[in-house]
Design a protein around this ligand. Structure first.
Ligand SMILES: Nc1nc2c(c(=O)[nH]1)N[C@H]1C(S)=C(S)[C@@H](COP(=O)(O)OP(=O)(O)OC[C@H]3O[C@@H](n4cnc5c(=O)[nH]c(N)nc54)[C@H](O)[C@@H]3O)O[C@H]1N2
Ligand SMILES: Nc1nc2c(c(=O)[nH]1)N[C@H]1C(S)=C(S)[C@@H](COP(=O)(O)OP(=O)(O)OC[C@H]3O[C@@H](n4cnc5c(=O)[nH]c(N)nc54)[C@H](O)[C@@H]3O)O[C@H]1N2
Ligand code: SF4
Ligand SMILES: [Mo]
Length: 703
């Protein structure tokens, strides 16, 4: 029996885990008490890493599809075939005919972050897609327009704040996002223990709200109105104090908030005028306070505006770049220069999508256009698709339309360990090693951590014979693609042999903690298996800013222009039933329902509805509801609960495993239904192109 220490790569919390191994079996996974960041915390998903590793449904060899049958291939056969197919499509239809979709685990996988990025970006296609446009794009856009770099997203300094205002996030279920902070329950308790307060604004009284000092229901999609009115009140009460921040746009912002009085906002948001004003005053008056907004503010019709205003309100009250406020990190591996070198450049609306004219962001198009770009004939049509660590059939709105589109592709390859709702359409699946067979460094998530930390995890198991890491799959493909110039030379000669560790070592040595004797290096991290704490967050402005004049932009033009749309939409008060999502601690997007230990217990794919809304529709707890939109309907069990705001229902995403051809034996036993089958893909934040996952109008009836 041996114990290995490493980081859990499943969510953004990056918990330290202690994995006990007997031969080639994992016997237990616990929290690592000696990890300086997570201090022994672990959630139920951490232990499920063992299930993923041992899962008999996890693919161990490349697979080729022949109709409904899957046939094993050797790696050479598979990589040769995939490269030849992609080259053929490029030769016949041009480079934009090959589309790419990168999913969420990319951010948790060093090989995908480095080699995957490089390989996919060097394809040179405009049809790049990722989970970004189903997720944090509005935050990235705000970072680009306000701070001058799309990766410069500030994080809440939870460990030193005295007032944590949480808008559209449920860290007690999600374990935090764009806020890497293991054990958020403990960290929020610590705020309260030092006399501070936690305030949650959410259409559901969530797990986080239950433990907060105050919870306010806010109507889905109205956060921008709420924040505008709070800023209106700040100006009206003369409470705007920028502190040490140098910023442009204060006067423009002041003018922009004038129409948004607290009284008007109350009618739209459902937050009482007195509560809204009190919140603004308390926030301004608390020296160490932070307002943190996450996916609930991003993935809605006004996600762009809301994400901007979340950052802006912190800046206006002197809570940006100060301890206890919203801060920029100093990660040991700085992703800003690294991303630029890997071809991940910033930019917005430099071009628009072919069919419906949605804006590019960071070289990617929003997921809301993938299906139409495949299905609409003409110059520039997508003919081939590479999916990498993603399951867009379940994770993007319009799942049914996307399924239809996928069947029309000339070629599809998926780099993925499972035959799931998406990859079953691939012609070839290239499965990577399991997370326990490869090394790990949180190159992305450390940049959003509430403390500066660094930790390297070596591979735990010797990889299975004939298994390939994600990075090796990409290196193999890139070499065989015979792309012109740069990529080919670099990939074949250099990167093909080095591996992602070498990139991290160089980045560590040249990073902020690397220089001089005793500086950080991979060797130093190897000698510290529990990880190294590099201290609390430090003020970074103005040096860190990428804006031309090194000042924060408080009122970028695209946002001011978008206010007219907000005004038009909320000319009348909201009505009708709308739907939101929710996350559960024992689930992780769409791909962890094949773990017995995680899915056991009561069915979690249910419809939450307020008692009054249930009563008028004759719905009974435990009965079956039909939830319908113009896109179709799904049926699922009803859970009546006063944790819901009246007028709002909730169902989780990532379910719907009952589709034909899915090879997930455990998930098939409680398949659930997919919310994204009925969310309208045309509902987007028009400004940023991000899908509006939240606030979908629905009809609910008893079955
Ligand atoms: N309605 C609704 N839709 C949503 C959301 C919502 O809140 N509501 N949330 C959105 C958000 S925030 C996100 S991030 C997306 C997620 O959307 P996706 O990223 O598309 O989906 P996941 O469910 O994370 O699927 C991950 C895929 O990666 C594979 N995988 C896991 N680990 C690895 C690995 O190491 N290497 C490789 N190559 N593959 C791997 C899994 O088998 C699975 O197929 O969903 C979005 N969709
Ligand atoms: N257990 C688990 N953990 C996860 C994931 C998972 O699937 N399961 N997914 C991971 C991923 S990919 C991400 S991006 C993060 C996301 O992490 P979080 O942002 O914390 O995500 P959620 O838990 O979905 O919390 C979003 C909250 O927004 C609320 N909400 C919905 N619409 C609105 C609105 O219009 N306004 C406001 N104010 N609130 C609204 C919802 O009720 C919900 O409570 O979680 C990550 N961690
Ligand atoms: S919270 Fe759970 S899933 Fe996330 S890193 Fe920690 S153990 Fe892993
Ligand atoms: Mo996400």
């Amino acid at each position: 029996m041996t114990t290995h220490y490493r980081s859990c790569p499943l969510c953004e919390a990056t918990c330290g885990i202690a994995v006990e191994v007997d031969g080639d079996r994992v016997t237990s996974i616990r929290g690592d008490d000696a990890d300086p960041f997570s201090r022994g915390y672990i959630c139920p998903k951490g232990a499920a890493l063992a299930d993923l590793h041992h899962d008999p449904d996890r693919l161990r060899h490349p697979m080729r599809r022949d109709g409904d049958r899957w046939i094993e291939m050797t790696w050479d056969e598979a990589l040769d075939h995939v490269a030849a197919q992609l080259r053929s499509v490029r030769a016949r239809h041009g480079k934009h005919a090959v589309a790419v979709y990168q999913g969420n685990p990319t951010a948790h996988n060093l090989g995908l972050l480095t080699y995957g990025q490089l390989a996919l970006r060097t394809l040179g296609t405009r049809n790049m897609f990722s989970a970004t446009s189903l997720d944090q794009l509005p935050h990235m856009l705000a970072a680009l327009l306000m701070f001058g770099n799309q990766l410069l997203m500030p994080v809440p300094d939870v460990d030193r704040t005295d007032l944590f205002v949480c808008l559209g996030a449920n860290p007690l279920a999600s374990n935090g996002s764009l806020m890497t902070a293991p054990d958020m329950r403990g960290r929020l308790k610590a705020i309260q223990a030092r006399g501070g307060r936690v305030i949650v604004l959410d259409p559901r009284r969530t797990e986080t709200a239950e433990r907060a000092d105050q919870h306010l229901f806010v109507r889905p999609g109205t956060d921008a109105v709420l924040l505008l009115a709070m800023i209106h009140e700040l100006f009206a009460a003369n409470l705007v104090r920028l502190g040490a921040i140098a910023a442009n746009g204060v006067a423009e912002l002041r003018a922009a908030v004038q129409p948004w009085t607290p009284e008007r906002a109350a009618r739209i948001t459902g937050v009482a005028t007195s509560d809204l004003c009190e919140l603004a005053h308390t926030f301004a008056a608390t020296p160490r306070a932070v307002l943190y907004g996450r996916i609930g503010v991003c993935t809605q019709e006004f996600g762009g505006l809301a994400a901007w205003l979340c950052y802006a309100i912190n800046a206006l009250t002197g809570h940006l770049d100060v301890p206890g406020g919203l801060m920029f990190t100093t990660p040991a591996v700085d992703p800003l220069p690294l991303a630029a070198q890997l071809g991940f450049d910033g930019g917005f609306a430099r071009w628009r999508s072919r069919v419906s004219g949605k804006p590019e962001f960071g070289g990617e198009l929003p997921m809301s256009v993938l299906a139409e770009e495949i299905e609409t004939p003409g110059e520039g049509q997508i003919r081939a698709l590479v999916t990498s660590a993603g399951n867009p059939v379940l994770s993007s709105p319009g799942g049914v339309q996307l399924e239809r589109a996928l069947t029309g592709l000339e070629f599809m390859v998926s780099i993925d360990p499972y035959i799931n709702e998406t990859t079953r359409f691939a012609h070839v699946i290239l499965p990577p090693t399991s997370a326990l067979e490869r090394s790990h460094y949180d190159a992305a998530l450390n940049a959003f951590a509430v403390r500066n930390v660094a930790k390297y995890s070596p591979p735990l198991f010797e990889r299975a014979a004939d298994a390939r890491h994600d990075w090796e799959i990409y290196a193999g493909l890139l070499a065989r693609m015979k792309l012109p110039s740069f990529a080919r030379g670099l990939a074949e000669r250099l990167l093909g042999r080095l591996g992602p560790e070498a990139i991290i070592d160089v980045a560590l040595r040249t990073g902020p903690y690397g220089f001089g004797r005793g500086g950080l290096s991979l060797a130093k991290l190897r000698a510290s298996p529990h990880g190294i704490d590099l201290g609390a967050l430090q003020p970074r402005l103005p040096g860190r800013l990428g804006t031309r004049d090194h000042r924060v932009e408080l009122a970028p033009r695209p946002y001011l222009d978008d206010l007219a749309r907000l005004d038009l939409t909320w000319a009348s008060s909201p009505s009708g039933l709308v739907m939101i999502g929710r996350r559960h601690m024992r689930s992780n997007n769409s791909w962890m329902h094949n773990s017995e230990r995680l899915v056991k217990g009561p069915q979690r794919c249910t419809l939450l509805i307020h008692p009054d809304d249930a009563f008028v529709r004759g719905l009974e707890d435990g009965g079956l509801a039909r939830v319908a939109t113009a896109r179709g309907s799904v049926e699922l069990p009803i859970e009546i609960s006063d944790t819901m705001m009246p007028g709002v229902v909730s169902m989780p995403h990532g379910w719907g495993h009952g589709r034909r051809g899915v090879k997930l034996r455990v998930a098939a036993s409680a398949p659930g239904v997919s919310i994204n089958d009925i969310i309208d893909p045309a509902r987007v934040d028009v400004l940023s192109g991000t899908s509006a996952l939240s606030g979908q109008p629905v009809d609910v009836t008893a079955v």
